[in-house]
Design a protein around this ligand. Structure first.
Ligand SMILES: [Zn+2]
Length: 332
């Protein structure tokens, strides 16, 4: 056989494997899902273990690469694992973007609204787009995604977007979820999935400091872990990001999210429907659940106003993971 064809035979199966590996498996029989921190090693990469669970008789771990904030689910038998506390892990990987992002989020957690990281890369032109999928009876605002793909297809394909998803939204909108996954399979968009709690309860009368996740009687463990389980069941890969419902939290709750679950709270400095203007490096917030057409309209206008800059690669969309990452690179 000619060497070229030999090469092709080697490369093709690898390509197919890479394609299937990008699509996340559906874990339909999860049991014993729990927080379990550790240091997992498989040469040459170190991973931080955040969760463990069993699915159909196999043992799995949800892990994060502390250098890139990339997450993955894998069988635990393929790794050497050392159990460690989150404090010890953060100490061990203290110079990594993951540990630094946790510190930064905790520092910005004093206010009752909009704690967490709310801006990245101030020197770069472009934004990170986040869209929240709070519970809603309205259908997904598909225009966001089709316009995004349309504007960026020549310069950034797939276009990165981070979606904050609630357990209730996933249950209410299986067809919309499938549509998003199909766009991703087509290579049109790349989604980072943010945990936005399961129930996203809200009261019309309670003050902010007792509202959303601060409402007395809230089971934080349930809100965080059941959302992750629902993501895994639906074939979505949980990231290490968390967005507070209503952007409402206090210091204690922020620490619970960082220490208790190893997740990085993500705020916003540009909630478009509230008239906040996006700057370079902004983490922009819109709602993708049909409840906030003003914000979506503003975002589409923003995209249209940048058409030329986008075409010249002078205005780009940033993957939230890079955005959090590079901020520390540039501030060194
Ligand atoms: Zn929300």
């Amino acid at each position: 056989m000619k060497p070229f064809f030999k090469l092709l035979l080697i490369v093709l199966p690898l390509t197919i494997f890479a394609l299937t590996a990008r699509g996340q498996a559906n874990y339909l029989k999860i049991t014993d899902y729990r927080v379990d921190y550790g240091w997992a090693k498989r040469f040459p990469q170190d991973w931080i273990v955040l969760r463990r669970f069993e699915n159909a008789g196999r043992q799995y771990m949800l892990m994060v690469n502390p250098q890139t904030l990339e997450t993955k689910v894998d069988e635990s038998k393929d790794y050497q694992v050392k159990a460690m506390s989150m404090v010890a892990l953060r100490d061990m990987f203290s110079s990594s973007p993951y540990a630094k992002a946790l510190v930064k989020a905790e520092r910005q957690s004093v206010m009752v609204q909009d704690a967490g990281i709310e801006m990245g890369m101030p020197k770069e032109a472009g934004i990170s787009l986040t869209a929240d999928l709070c519970p809603s009876h309205r259908p997904l605002d598909k225009e966001i995604f089709t316009d995004l793909f349309h504007e960026f297809q020549k310069v950034e394909k797939p276009a990165p977007i981070a979606l904050s998803v609630t357990g209730v939204w996933m249950r209410q909108h299986p067809k919309d979820l499938e549509w998003l996954k199909q766009m991703e399979r087509n290579g049109e968009i790349y989604i980072t999935w943010i945990n936005h709690s399961f129930n996203h309860r809200v009261s019309k009368t309670l003050p902010l400091k007792e509202n959303f996740l601060l409402e007395p009687g809230t089971d934080i463990s349930y809100e965080v872990l059941e959302t992750e389980k629902a993501m895994l069941k639906n074939g979505l890969l949980p990231s290490t990001f968390f967005r507070f419902p209503g952007l409402v939290s206090d210091q204690q709750l922020v620490n619970r999210i960082t220490e208790g679950f190893g997740l990085i709270p993500i705020g916003t400095d540009a909630w478009l429907a509230k008239g906040q203007e996006p700057q370079s490096g902004s983490i922009v917030l819109i709602h993708g659940n049909g409840n906030e057409p003003v914000g979506v309209h503003d975002f589409i206008n923003l995209l249209k106003s940048k058409t030329q800059a986008i075409a010249n690669k002078q205005w780009l969309l940033y993957d939230l993971r890079e955005s959090v990452d590079e901020e520390f690179e540039s501030s060194k």
